[in-house]
Design a protein around this ligand. Structure first.
Ligand SMILES: Nc1nc2c(c(=O)[nH]1)N[C@@H](CN(C=O)c1ccc(C(=O)N[C@@H](CCC(=O)O)C(=O)O)cc1)CN2
Length: 287
């Protein structure tokens, strides 16, 4: 039995999408520029191919252009960097997304760093991490940025709260910790070497599960009334499964995100929103 209120990521994402479509249209009217996202996919991972396709569909739905670059499994770091440099020089491309993960022979960090800061709409470069951590204008990592938007949409007061982030990946856990810290949360980042994880999670007002293990966070770790954000999307026999054992957790939580329909749609919405903002900035207009 679910007692927690469900956080409806699809609804909040639709609001972000509407604002983005309006910005894209205004930009076309004002300066004749169509915002454009370049998506780069390396290799044959079916889940990555699906996410890239979803990003391109969302661009189309909201009036943005998109360029799709598909590179094969044997691509070298140098070849990928050359391609990203080319997109960086293309004035018609305003945002560049390199789908993670890339095949193991590639130095992913070197490839991310080839994305010019003004086109890093996925918030993956050192420059974006710097601006994100200092709360300066720039581009946020899309999933953590989307999670903050969800918390705001549901009037979660972040200031002074104890937030426990489970996971320390560059794309999720680390930037999530930074964004929560910027909002005056007291942040604990947990990982595979953390001693007594359940005890730490039991102290959390806000839990962000970004660990990549299906149903890993147990219901009895959740403090009564806590906000539980599940950023997991692990493939399961009947579709994707989150990192939180949903039913027992939702008996204790005050607010909880479902999988699917929670964090995932926000990742896409923030990416396309940031592309529209990048296009406006590159055109030198404030919209
Ligand atoms: N360069 C990046 N790579 C990756 C990112 C990222 O933000 N930037 N995030 C993930 C994957 N991802 C986007 O790329 C992503 C994952 C899931 C969803 C989503 O909408 N999920 C739906 C469910 C979909 C389904 O069940 O088939 C949901 O949760 O409702 C969007 C984007 C790794 N790589």
């Amino acid at each position: 039995m679910t007692t927690a209120t469900l956080i409806d990521g699809k609804r909040v994402a639709q609001d972000v999408q509407q604002q983005t479509a309006a910005r894209v249209e205004k930009l076309k009217q004002a300066v004749g520029v169509t915002a454009c996202l370049a998506t780069v996919l390396v290799g044959e991972d079916p889940a990555s191919a699906k996410y890239v396709a979803a990003k391109r569909r969302l661009c189309e739905k909201l009036g943005l252009a998109s360029v799709f670059v598909k590179l094969d499994e044997t691509t070298t770091t140098e070849q990928l960097v050359d391609k990203i440099n080319e997109l960086g020089r293309d004035a018609n491309v305003h945002g560049i997304l390199l789908q993670h993960p890339v095949p193991k022979q590639i130095d992913e960090r070197a490839a991310f760093e080839a994305i010019p800061a003004q086109k890093d709409v996925d918030g993956v470069t050192f420059h974006s991490f710097g601006t994100m951590f200092y709360g300066l204008p720039g581009y946020e990592s899309c999933t953590p940025g989307g999670i903050i938007r969800l918390l705001d949409a549901y009037d979660v007061d972040i200031r002074g709260k104890h937030a426990v982030v489970i996971g320390r990946s560059a794309i999720l856990g680390k930037p999530m910790a930074g964004l929560l810290l910027n909002r005056d949360a007291t942040v604990t980042v947990c990982h595979s070497r953390t001693v007594d994880l359940p005890e730490l999670v039991k102290q959390a007002d806000i839990v962000v599960a970004a660990v990549g293990k299906p149903a890993f966070v147990q219901g009895d770790w959740i403090k009564d009334g806590a906000v539980v954000i599940d950023a997991g999307f692990n493939p399961g026999p009947k579709g994707n499964i989150g990192d939180v054992d949903f039913e027992p957790a939702s008996e204790r939580a005050g607010l909880i995100t479902p999988v699917p329909g929670g964090v995932g749609p926000m990742t896409l919405a923030v990416l396309v929103e940031q592309t529209s903002i990048a296009a406006a900035r590159q055109a030198g207009v404030e919209i």
